[in-house]
Design a protein around this ligand. Structure first.
Ligand SMILES: *[C@@H]1O[C@H](CO)[C@@H](O)[C@H](O)[C@H]1NC(C)=O
Length: 328
């Protein structure tokens, strides 16, 4: 069953949101604007209070996720036929040639959630190509959570570039090599975004955390809904080895593939007044922080595979590193 055919679940205390921004009053059951509660005790109370009214939607929502997701959940927004939905909506491909790249975006807007997508990147000589996969809100003071995959010559490693924008301000790049060939198979790239932190995960392994440091004056995304976007485009002026290696168009068209999208654990809406999903069975995602095992995994990735970290780029920030870099 499609999300649009389900009765809308109003997670906002049965109050419709009528404005574009989520600036309604926070109440105990208005999930998207719950602030990180101070203690675990408070947390469990809040979870219980939101769990009960939502249980109804869960079963139908699961069956929708397993169906052809790309038909129902995304729009191909540009590329004049270069983006394609295949296999009854189970697979999406983007392509790039000399004339154009292509891209898609989600129909839904999200405000917190865990979003999984499997990507298989452009194989072979992908130098100069960029596959961007990100969440972004609208306006001049937008929030954004970015994965960008910078192609390379055959056999040379991709660079996975990450960034976080809050209130229109980015400059928070961290770059990684991967511990596998991202062009040989599909791998899962996830964003966990809750009131505590944003976690970037690759195949379930956390690679980066952007904490909610509002208490220290760092803006945190918590009130603007974001859509999911992805595009395959050409950026050979900077992407590969700093722009020295150019795109070889004799390899075109370049193609990247997407499958197994999941937004089961999310708060999302299909229009500005209509919230449709907030999974009741596993809403621990809303409060979860990393356990020590995950912290260990992240340390492994950052020790072994991180190739750039804005938080250690003292030359770039002669006035001092950004505030969040000095907080643990
Ligand atoms: C491409 O390969 C070179 C050589 O291994 C490496 O220095 C570079 O970081 C790789 N990635 C990009 C996007 O240039």
């Amino acid at each position: 069953m499609l999300a649009s055919q389900q009765p809308a679940v109003h997670i906002l205390n049965n109050t419709r949101v009528t404005s574009g921004e989520l600036n309604y009053k926070c109440t105990k059951t208005s999930l998207p604007c719950i602030k990180p509660p101070p203690t675990h005790k408070v947390r469990s109370t809040l979870i219980l209070s939101i769990l009960l009214p939502l249980t109804v939607s869960t079963t139908t929502f699961f069956s929708q996720v397993l169906a052809g997701t790309f038909d129902t959940e995304f729009d191909i927004t540009w590329g004049d036929g270069r983006g394609k939905v295949l296999n009854n909506g189970e697979l999406l491909t983007l392509s790039l040639d000399r004339a154009s790249g292509s891209g898609f975006q989600s129909k839904k807007e999200y405000l917190f959630g865990k979003i999984d997508m499997q990507l298989k990147l452009v194989p072979g000589n992908s130098a100069g190509t960029v596959t961007a996969y990100y969440l972004k809100s609208k306006g001049d003071t937008w929030d954004e959570i970015d994965f960008e995959f910078l192609g390379n010559l055959t056999g040379d490693p991709y660079v996975m570039h990450t960034n976080v924008y809050t209130q229109g301000k980015g400059d928070r790049e961290q770059q990684f090599n991967l511990w596998f060939d991202p062009t040989a198979d599909f791998h899962t790239y996830s964003v966990l975004w809750n009131p505590h932190h944003i976690v970037f995960l690759v195949d379930g392994i956390p690679i980066r955390v952007f904490k909610n440091d509002e208490a220290h004056g760092v803006a945190y995304p918590k009130s603007q809904t974001m859509k999911i976007y992805s595009s395959l485009w050409e950026a050979d002026d900077w992407a590969t080895q700093g722009g020295r290696v150019k795109t070889d168009w004799s390899n075109a068209p370049f193609s990247a593939s997407y499958r197994s999208f999941s937004d089961v654990d999310c708060c999302s809406r299909t229009s500005i007044w209509n919230w449709v999903t907030c999974n009741a069975n596993s809403n621990s995602w809303m409060w979860t922080t990393l356990n020590s095992n995950q912290m260990g995994q992240m340390k492994w990735v950052q020790d072994e595979y991180m190739i750039y970290n804005y938080c250690t780029d003292y030359k770039r920030f002669p006035q001092g590193l950004p505030t969040e870099c000095n907080l643990v």
